[in-house]
Design a protein. Sequence first.
Length: 84
Amino acid sequence: ELVAVWGVSAERRFHRRICGVYYQMPEPFGGQRCYQKLLHFPESAMALGCDGIFILFNRGLRIWEFCTGLMSYRGIIAQSAECA
């Protein structure tokens, strides 16, 4: 599954890092789906790479978080509004 993130306000500090295409990782994190940002490298043989930005669901807060790692204590650079 691919997820596109766009429309992040330019006023947000990390808007350029957050926007892009993310793929669903094969293994869940904390029992939830997680996504990693893809990068386009047109001059590379594979043409694709991965960034160290992840989208994880925080069940306790009921929000999606944009993080810099897959660990319990991680750098959160942005988050969604509360999910219904």
